[in-house]
Write a protein that binds this ligand. Structure first.
Ligand SMILES: [Zn+2]
Length: 291
């Protein structure tokens, strides 16, 4: 059932476990996330990126998520969140359509602009009684990886400064903070680390719940340590994509010459694989039976 995100995250922070925030862009991924949450009796956050909204239409994907959450998922707490809203019009549209939380990501801008844009989003979100996430420090993607490897940029310079975080949260009044502590968007097994010392410093500096992005590809023990150190929300996208693709290739390959043409049947193993991936993640994060 759709509930205010405050309810989900406040309980996670107090209980010292993390809630998974899983990205969706269509019916199948959303079904996989909701079914896994019900199976594990776990709260979940279902989130859409700006590109997922462009792909599926805001009202359509919002309808898919809320309808599934309030029917199939009626026994578990579910919240809808905008992931990496970089453009104010989209952030505003999500607030108005009924999202439970929005991420105003102005982390690529200079500090003063990041403060101004995050504050503006927080004010608008709070008027609707919902939460606002902002981001301090840079969480790289694939292009950033190349710059890191060539030495053009240094990971340390991108990470969240604990002292600056105090000032940022005080000025913006955001409810959750996305931090940069070494993770990267996408899947880079064996390369990604979490600067746990920095994470602990940030936790000691600010009271707001912290969000770890770029979680896919991290080892179980790294997740557990980050949660122990105080992370309350962890974003997962790539791991579901990998599960989807792997199951699809296998299924299509074995059924190439059969009469199977129903897209629902073609996609079923992929949906099941994503559900299994969400279940696995929920168990690592400790949110099983916390519904
Ligand atoms: Zn992210």
């Amino acid at each position: 059932m759709i509930v205010p995100i405050k309810q989900i995250i406040t309980k996670a922070k107090a209980g010292k476990y993390a809630v998974g925030a899983f990205n969706t862009s269509n019916l199948e991924i959303t079904m996989a996330i909701v079914r896994a949450a019900v199976q594990e009796k776990s709260p979940v956050i279902i989130q859409t990126s700006e590109s997922a909204i462009k792909y599926s239409n805001l009202k359509t994907i919002f309808g898919v998520i809320t309808n599934l959450a309030n029917t199939v998922g009626k026994s578990v707490p579910i919240a809808i969140h905008l992931d990496h809203g970089k453009n104010w019009p989209i952030v505003k549209d999500c607030i108005n359509v009924g999202y439970n939380s929005v991420h105003m990501d102005a982390s690529e801008k200079d500090y003063a602009t990041n403060v101004r844009m995050s504050k503006q989003a927080a004010v608008a979100a709070h008027k609707k009684g919902i939460w606002c996430q902002a981001e301090l420090g840079s969480i790289l993607g694939k292009e950033g990886m190349v710059k890191l490897e060539t030495g053009e940029i240094n990971m340390k310079d991108l990470m969240t400064d604990p002292q600056q975080a105090i000032d940022f949260v005080a000025k913006t009044k955001v409810d959750t903070l996305a931090i940069s502590v070494g993770t990267i968007h996408g899947h880079f097994k064996g390369i990604e680390k979490v600067d746990q010392r920095r994470l602990k410093k940030i936790v000691a500096s600010v009271k707001v719940p912290l969000v770890l992005h770029g979680g896919s590809g991290l080892q179980t023990k790294v997740f557990k340590q980050a949660i122990k150190n105080g992370v309350s929300v962890i974003n997962i996208d790539t791991n579901l994509r990998l599960a989807f693709k792997k199951a699809l290739i296998k299924h299509v390959d074995t059924n190439r010459d059969t009469s199977m043409v129903d897209p629902r049947k073609i996609l079923a193993p992929s949906t099941e694989a994503m559900q299994a991936e969400v279940v696995k993640t929920i168990r690592i994060f400790g949110s099983k039976n916390k519904a």
